[in-house]
Write a protein that binds this ligand. Structure first.
Ligand code: SF4
Length: 190
C-alpha cells in the first residue's frame, strides 16, 4: 500500500474509532468500562483475570483495577477465586452486564455497519486488520489475543467420542467445547 493510501486508511480507522467512542457514555459507563465488559463477555476461562484485561486494554494493572471495581460496584461483574489458580481472581459478567451489552453497547452501530458488507469484503478486511494489529503489537509489544482455530496449541476433534471436547488445548491440557473454542484467549499463539 502506498504512503498516501496508508494515510487515508489510518484516517478512516481513527474516525471510526472516534465515532464509536463518542457514544460510549451510554448506560452510565465510560469507554474503558465498556471495553473491559465487552472483552470479559467474549474471553475464555483462561483469560478472565484482571491481568488479562489490563493486557487486552494495553493499560496498567492499577488503572484496570479501578475499572473493574466500578463494574463490580454497578453489579455488572462478579469476582471470585480462580479454580485454576487459587491465588488469582476470575471475573464473570453478570446477567445484568450481559443485558446491558445486548441492549446498549455503543459498538453495535459499528457491528451493524460491518454486517452490511459483502462476505468477501468482510473476510479481506478482517485479514488485513489482523495483519495491521500484528505489526503494531510487534512494534510496541503486547499480547496478540485470539480464538482457538488459528492457535498453535489447538487440536481440533481430539476427542472424537465427545469426552468433554471435542477439541483440546495443548497448552493447558484441557478439553474445549465448540463454544469455548470460539472465545478470545489471552494465551493465543499464532
Ligand atoms: S488452544 Fe490456544 S487459544 Fe485455545 S485455549 Fe489453548 S492456548 Fe488458548
Amino acid at each position: 500500500m502506498s504512503t498516501s493510501d496508508s494515510l487515508v486508511v489510518a484516517g478512516l480507522i481513527e474516525r471510526i474509532g472516534r465515532l464509536t467512542r463518542a457514544r460510549e457514555a451510554a448506560g452510565g459507563l465510560n469507554p474503558a468500562q465498556w471495553e473491559a465488559l465487552r472483552y470479559l463477555s467474549r474471553a475464555n476461562a483462561f483469560s478472565r483475570s484482571p491481568s488479562a484485561v489490563a493486557d487486552f486494554l494495553a493499560t496498567t494493572r492499577g488503572t484496570v483495577s479501578q475499572t473493574l471495581i466500578a463494574l463490580e460496584g454497578k453489579g455488572l461483574l462478579r469476582k471470585s477465586v480462580s479454580d485454576r489458580d487459587r491465588r488469582g481472581a476470575t471475573l464473570d459478567v453478570t446477567d445484568a452486564g450481559l443485558k446491558l451489552l445486548r441492549t446498549l453497547d455503543p459498538a453495535d452501530d459499528l457491528v451493524r455497519a460491518l454486517a452490511n458488507l459483502p462476505p468477501l469484503h468482510a473476510t479481506l478486511m478482517a485479514q488485513a486488520l489482523s495483519r495491521v494489529l500484528g505489526a503494531l503489537l510487534e512494534a510496541r509489544g503486547g499480547k496478540a489475543f485470539g480464538a482457538c482455530a488459528a492457535c498453535r496449541n489447538f487440536a481440533r476433534d481430539a476427542f472424537p467420542d465427545g469426552a468433554g471436547g471435542p477439541h483440546r488445548c495443548g497448552r493447558f491440557d484441557a478439553p474445549l467445547t465448540a463454544e469455548e473454542a470460539a472465545l478470545t484467549c489471552a494465551a493465543f499463539e499464532e
